[in-house]
Design a protein around this ligand. Structure first.
Ligand code: ADP
Ligand code: MG
Length: 462
């Protein structure tokens, strides 16, 4: 190891240890695990200072799914501009950051490597601690993020088709230019039929209603439901995550995407199925053999997916018209009910009164409806509770409830992030890293590598 690298690690370790006692900690998060290049600045794990997401969705749409090689090449093109934009929007110079956090797994190896390499170079150049972040744990931390208006920070965003590789003049170099080279010049090799950064790479809106309500406090039960993962996780503390259940085959988001493809709906299929299912009725029972909730908290989506495939193929063979909205509504109901029923069973079994959603599928309308139903259905408080914990009681003036029984304690407290923080973003990465700082763990060195199969530690599934 060269002396320089050795010195860097010593400096990074000292700074990392000191951060535990610092009042205000600003972390730059970097996320490139799949098809979103994202950077965000977050104060103390909760206050969003900026949130920039350059999505490749349009680019991958023509292939019907993410092409790993194309994803990593486009991350390379976008990352420098995305990080600079995040710094500019927060009005913070790179050298004034306290730490850099990066997703190192799970995800596509080549895509992860772009973020990891960039973050390592930046941390080394600036002498900042580098914190490694588990993508799924980060998704859960999206629930801790709150608005930053009170800090006088702009949080409005633009939805433009501005190319992520050509940031406008307002983006100062933030001191990075001296240390980190600009994005690699555009090359026709990098994207299928484009000689520049794909026009499909656009910056997603960053203005969104961030909840001002209180955020969840561990211990709680988290349900991570995304394109690559479906897990039930005990969050025992801000830094203690335990996988207790999940899918043994397809992820729920993957099932949404596959069913959508079968129906010739554009990628990603989840939002499309969500939209169409509101126009249909859940009248088709695809999966008559569903065993319901598994007591070992094992979920399976490949059987449901195959059942939908068989239904559609049979209908096509018979020349029957397929009612797409009904298929969407029925599939959504069966997929989501299995997840919710399993989560509720797990929460009851393990004594949790709070369920926290995370991941792209957490944006699903029916899933939120079902969980909101659980949050509003309550029980009458006991006298003891009335006396001792009256400030926690929920007053519900719902029509079906008589005034006498209107003072209810919900069975569950339910939390989910705003939609733009459900799918991949870097704010959640910065948030997760803050809790690592407090725990004094996850400081990475310059040997940090991508781990595409990274898991949350836990009980073995299968
Ligand atoms: P990953 O972390 O695995 O890359 P994300 O967290 O970015 O995945 O989530 C993307 C997944 O979420 C996709 O499978 C997409 O179809 C699904 N998704 C996004 N919005 C919705 C929705 N409203 N309903 C159902 N699924 C959705
Ligand atoms: Mg994700």
């Amino acid at each position: 190891m060269s002396t320089d690298i050795f010195m860097y690690q010593e400096i990074a370790q000292k700074k990392f240890d000191a951060l535990k006692h610092k009042r205000d900690v600003v972390i730059l998060g970097i996320e490139t695990s799949c098809d979103e290049t994202a950077a965000a600045l977050v104060l103390n794990g909760r206050r969003l200072l900026s949130n920039v997401i350059s999505s490749q969705i349009e680019l991958h749409r023509k292939f019907g799914g993410v092409v790993p090689e194309v994803a990593s090449r486009n991350h390379t093109l976008a990352i420098n501009a995305v990080v600079n934009e995040a710094l500019a929007k927060a009005g913070i110079r790179a050298q004034d950051l306290d730490a850099i956090a990066v997703t190192y797994g799970a995800g596509l190896a080549g895509a992860l490597l772009v973020g990891v390499s960039y973050a390592k170079a930046m941390a080394y150049a600036l002498g900042l601690p580098l914190i490694r972040v588990n993508h799924i744990e980060a998704h859960i931390c999206a629930n801790f993020i709150r608005a930053s208006e009170e800090l006088g920070v702009r949080s409005e965003g633009r939805r433009t088709c501005q190319r992520a590789g050509t940031p406008d003049a307002e983006h100062k170099n933030n001191g990075l230019a001296q240390t980190i080279p600009s994005a690699i010049p555009n090359s026709s090799l990098l994207t299928p039929n484009s000689s520049s950064l794909p026009t499909s790479s656009f910056l997603l809106p960053t203005s969104f209603p961030i909840p001002h309500s209180p955020s969840p406090i561990p211990p709680f039960l988290a349900v991570a439901a995304s394109g690559g993962h479906t897990g039930i996780i005990e969050v025992r503390d801000y830094h203690d995550y335990r996988l207790i259940g999940g899918t043994v085959d397809d992820a729920i988001g993957e099932a949404f995407d596959k069913v959508a493809r079968l129906l010739s709906l554009p990628y990603p299929g989840g939002p499309e199925i969500d939209r169409l299912s509101k126009l249909g009725k859940p009248v088709i029972n695809f999966y008559k053999h569903s065993k319901g909730v598994d007591k070992d908290l094992r979920l399976s989506y490949s059987g449901l997916k195959t059942a939908v495939v068989n239904y559609i193929n049979t209908a096509k063979m018979k020349g029957e018209v397929i009612n797409v909205p009904d298929v969407c509504a029925s599939f959504t109901r069966q997929a989501v009910d299995l997840l919710v029923d399993t989560a509720v069973y797990a929460a009851k079994e393990r004594g949790y009164d709070t369920i926290v959603l995370a991941g792209g599928v957490a944006a699903n309308g029916y899933l939120r409806e079902r969980l909101d139903g659980l949050a509003s259905a309550g029980r009458r408080p006991t006298n003891e509770e009335l006396g001792i914990r009256s400030e926690e009681l929920r007053i519900d003036f719902g029509k079906s409830i008589t005034p006498h029984s209107s003072l209810l304690i919900p069975h569950f407290k339910i939390f989910y992030p705003p939609p733009v923080l459900c799918t991949d973003n870097a704010a959640m990465v910065a948030s997760r890293a803050y809790f690592s700082i407090l725990a004094g763990e996850d400081l990475a060195d310059l040997h940090l590598n991508a781990e595409s199969g990274l898991q949350i530690k836990g009980e073995k599934l299968g």
